[in-house]
Design a protein around this ligand. Structure first.
Ligand code: ZN
Length: 174
């Protein structure tokens, strides 16, 4: 089932999400629905709050991992720094250079409650940081300076007004 994606301005995007406590059948169904929604939107990641659920879960597929689900993620061992374009399905259209760790370790649980850990770099590392931010009520524009943030919001407004075309999706986390 495709779920509607919440857009900038929706309070759920600014709300820190709660940890998953029960790994039951409904969580497996949610994981499937989120993956379907992510693919339909041509994204590489999608977090609970983006579909209106204040729950610490996200799905991802960097093109190599295949569809994956993670609950209660914890990031550690961030190393290096990389500033490249980033976008967000909840801020549809604009992309902006955003600084992130180049490599990061992410540990969490699958839909059955089994713990797993991924050592990620490049796009996957960026996805983990972007999606974990969503669970803390943070968007990538909150990591930009005032000028960057203003540029993204101005572009978003122009797209909404039909004055400019949304940019083509690139390999950026959303
Ligand atoms: Zn996003």
């Amino acid at each position: 089932m495709i779920m509607p994606i919440r857009i900038l301005g929706d309070p759920v995007l600014k709300t820190p999400a709660k940890p998953v406590e029960s790994f039951d059948r409904s969580l497996g169904k949610l994981a499937g629905d989120m993956v379907e929604t992510m693919y339909e939107a041509e994204g590489v990641g999608l977090a609970g709050p983006q579909v209106g659920l204040s729950l610490r879960v996200f799905v991802f597929d960097d093109g190599e991992t295949g569809p994956m689900f993670m609950a209660n993620p914890e990031l550690s061992d961030g190393e290096g720094e990389l500033t490249i374009d980033e976008g967000c399905l909840s801020i549809p259209g604009p992309y902006h250079p955003t600084s992130r760790f180049e490599r990061v370790r992410c540990r969490g649980k699958d839909a059955n409650g089994r713990t797993y850990e991924v050592e990620a770099e490049g796009l996957l590392a960026r996805i983990f940081q972007h999606e974990t931010d969503h669970l803390d009520g943070m968007l990538y524009i909150d990591r930009l300076d005032e000028e960057g943030r203003r540029a993204v919001l101005a572009e978003l407004r122009q797209i909404e007004l039909g004055l400019v075309e949304p940019r083509k999706r690139r390999h950026a986390p959303e």
